[in-house]
Write a protein that binds this ligand. Sequence first.
Ligand code: ZN
Length: 438
Amino acid sequence: MLSADCLKLAIATIPKIMSFEFQIESTSNRARAGRLITAHGEIETPVFMPVGTLASVKGVPQDTLEELGVQILLGNTYHLYLRPGVETVRELGGLHGFMSWPRAILTDSGGFQVFSLNELRKVTEEGVTFRSHLDGGAHFFSPESAIAAQIGLGADIIMAFDECTEYPADRARAQASMELTLRWAERSKKYFEEHKYEVPWKGNCQPSAPSPGGSGQVKNSHQLTRVPRPGERELAVAAAELRSAGQPGAAVPTSYGKTQALFGIVQGGMDLEMRKESALRTIDIGFPGYAIGGLSVGEPRELTREVVEATLEHLPADKPRYLMGVGTPDEIVEYARLGVDMMDCVLPTRAARHGLLFTSEGRVSIKQARYAQDQGPLDPNCGCRVCRRYSRAYLRHLYASNEVLAQVLNTIHNLSFYLDTMRRVRHSIRLGEESRFF
Ligand SMILES: [Zn+2]
């Protein structure tokens, strides 16, 4: 039994539990190279995050993703909420336990899918009523329920519930949408602060289901039914660490006592002044990281770049900046150069499944008959397991024959190409040789 004095001493000597940290290690003009430290590992930035919509990067097993050097995956709250459901994932230990992925995960708030997949949605101050694309059933997301869902899913980084303003939108519409997103950001943060210790990570306390309006019943008897207060948790960690020090093998899980990080999202349509206002007022609410949302919604690429550049100017230099939903290999390099730290896009994985491959020599549409006899590798400058082993002719045959392996191999190459691209960007920033790569 540890005395109170012993515990106090232990608390004073153990490092403060940091759930989330961002360190910038090198800069080159506006580009930054650094690392995000999350409860499930470190992420080198700038980073490209592959999209695993339904807790799966379609066609690619988790061990292959690890081999490719994926440090963080993105999951979609809307899709996971509909199938298999948040409670199922929570009971299986959150997404990390459910999909057997020990590294970091980010979930979106569901807002973008609700706005892009649902023509029958109805937006009120309270939230959004929408219909499932699976069975047409009616559902409702509010800032509170979207955060509750993301706490249940247990990603390391979660997003405030926002309204993705459609394009084009007139000034009055963009303004009203931005104001709504700001009010929802405050509600998202308030709910998160009150419930952040409910994340179902191994070693953490798991209270009863927190979903607003839910039954609140405890489903498993081993789950704890109370949420420890701040301070109490540190005490428990200190005691656990002391115990484990005397008991080799009884390691405290690295996620113990840590919480998720909630990012805010800047909206404001394509109006640069409104983007500035949205950025400043979102910063006033206060988040450990900021996303630029509402882009890649049909606007010309030049406008995307202009809005990104103008918004970045107003985001704090010491916090991670996440540009949602971009882009091509050229674009991700360009945005990293402007000072973006995190990006995600379905393009490399979706294009791969349609036979569109990104290579150092440009785009290859592998379905074309011209590759039928081509014995060369897909990309002579790529060291991925696909380019090392298979010919263009074989990949073309797999695609033409509608073999499942075509989707698997194409996706592995495209992801590898994106990840290698970001690796080279980081390397160039660290060497101060931005111009060489960019
Ligand atoms: Zn390759």
